[in-house]
Design a protein around this ligand. Structure first.
Ligand code: C2E
Ligand code: CA
Ligand code: CA
Length: 433
């Protein structure tokens, strides 16, 4: 009876009732002894997808896998409880200082991030964790719980996968976020965006092979806000489709204009969020846009990131096939930073692989990275993919890449992303052909 009332049957961990009872008692003890305690709450990122897409059986196995890790890290008098579904809370007693638990928390999260092998498949798991400390973040369970919740939300709002200690500035940060969402809505209405372009250079000849469109937001008061700061937010709050649609239209019109002016180069490349890609009838909408702009389908390249596609692999594959069917080219962006599973690479019918700039920037003087880049180029060629190296900043890097058979480079060595007028100057100066 006791086990049924206080323990979870699937994972054998204490349940919520146990947790509440035990923590109230611990808090009283801590008050008397003057000791500190910490509450670490976490849940599994996108667990809902695991259950919905992979099924409850795998969901249950995943929970057990997580609990095995918990059990190797959490020893009495500390304990962990499963509050519900994928929600866990770890209680640490007698902590001296919060800095001292950071290392343990980081080790724990690292362990969870190691790929989980189940029935021949590899899964990549991350969690979002919030931490509140007694007594500074709350003297009773209710306030600790409220604050731990605020910190988890914080982790989620900046893209999940990580941990955060509660701090009283969080309220302020939440307000900032709300104001940013507002500004973004106004920016869409008032058309505060522009597109800059960055050339992609054929390394053997120095010719422009393509041009990537990169969005720029100049806010009337806040000035330039980099895309990394608002694109993820736009994805989260549902504005990204409008933005991506505007980018496609603007880039295609620009390309058409350049064609007319006689500035000829291969393809214009746009970054597309996975939310846009899986939108109903994306291919139809895209065809309309291209027709309206009078651009050939084969003049457009779409860049997608691999992190974005793993949960919806099958539908993404279908969409990519349709795109290729009409002649639109597909590049896999940021290769090497996300899941980078070779399985995806084989399954995705893409044309181009873009090696992330993190790798390119460490190829000189780092044998390991050098080896990775060489291998990726080889692999891509075997899969009949074209390779673009991102973030090429030095001649040395360009030479290395050229020698290893990488066809195209993009980066500050050739040009930053610049307004269309600057691109035209590049063309007429003859610096770039
Ligand atoms: P990305 O697609 O990987 O774009 C490349 C980023 O690297 C750009 O930053 C570019 O300015 C920068 N870069 C280019 N060459 C170099 C170099 O040699 N060294 C270094 N250190 N950096 C270089 P940016 O423009 O800030 O864009 C950041 C990210 O924002 C992009 O990464 C992309 O994921 C997203 N983004 C940008 N424009 C759009 C857009 O129009 N739509 C969507 N959905 N996302 C966009
Ligand atoms: Ca890109
Ligand atoms: Ca990239």
């Amino acid at each position: 009876m006791y086990r049924l009332a206080y323990y979870d049957t699937l994972t054998k961990l204490p349940n919520r009732a146990f947790f509440e009872k035990k923590v109230s008692k611990m808090l009283k003890e801590a008050e008397e002894s003057g000791e500190k305690m910490a509450l670490l709450y976490f849940d599994i990122d996108d667990f809902k997808n695991v259950n919905e897409i992979l099924g409850h059986k795998i969901g249950d196995e995943l929970l057990k896998h997580i609990v095995n890790i918990i059990n190797t890290f959490v020893k009495p008098p500390n304990f962990c409880a499963r509050l519900s579904g994928d929600e866990f809370v770890i209680v640490l007693k007698k902590i001296i200082d919060k800095d001292l638990i950071i290392k343990d928390v980081e080790d724990f999260l690292m362990e969870i991030k190691k790929p989980w092998n189940f029935e021949g498949n590899e899964f990549f798991i991350t969690v979002s964790m919030g931490i509140a400390v007694y007594p500074e973040d709350g003297r009773d369970l209710e306030s600790l719980y409220k604050n731990v919740d605020a910190s988890v939300h914080h982790v989620k709002s900046r893209g999940k996968d990580g941990y955060e200690f509660y701090d009283f500035n969080m309220q302020e940060k939440t307000l900032k976020r709300i104001s940013m969402i507002n500004s973004l809505r106004i920016a869409i209405e008032n058309k505060e965006f522009t597109l800059y372009y960055q050339p992609q250079i054929e390394l053997q000849t120095g010719k422009i092979k393509g041009m990537e469109a990169l969005i720029r937001w100049f806010h009337p008061k806040k000035g330039h806000i980099p895309p990394d700061q608002f694109i993820p937010l736009a994805e989260e709050v549902g504005y990204i489709r409008q933005i991506d649609q505007w980018v496609i239209e603007t880039a295609c019109k620009q390309k058409k204009l350049w064609n007319e002016k006689g500035y000829n180069f291969g393809k214009i490349s746009v970054n597309i969020s996975s939310k846009m890609l899986v939108q109903e009838d994306f291919v139809g909408i895209l065809k309309n846009t291209l027709n309206e702009c009078g651009l050939e389908y084969s003049e457009l390249e779409i860049e997608i990131t691999e992190t974005a596609i793993i949960y919806d692999l099958d539908s993404v594959i279908k969409i990519i096939e349709q795109l290729r069917g009409i002649g639109v080219s597909i590049a896999l962006d940021d290769f090497g930073t996300g899941y980078s599973s070779l399985t995806y690479l084989k399954k995705l019918p893409i044309n181009v692989l873009k090696i992330d700039r993190e790798f390119i920037q460490s190829i000189i003087n780092n044998n390991e990275e050098e080896f990775i880049v060489k291998s990726v180029i080889k692999l891509a060629h075997n899969l009949k993919l074209q390779v673009i190296a991102e973030g090429v900043e030095t001649m040395e890097q360009a030479t290395f890449l050229k020698e290893d058979g990488c066809q195209v480079g993009q980066g500050y060595l050739f040009s930053k992303a610049v307004p269309p007028e600057e691109i035209e100057k590049l063309f007429s100066s003859g610096k770039i052909i």
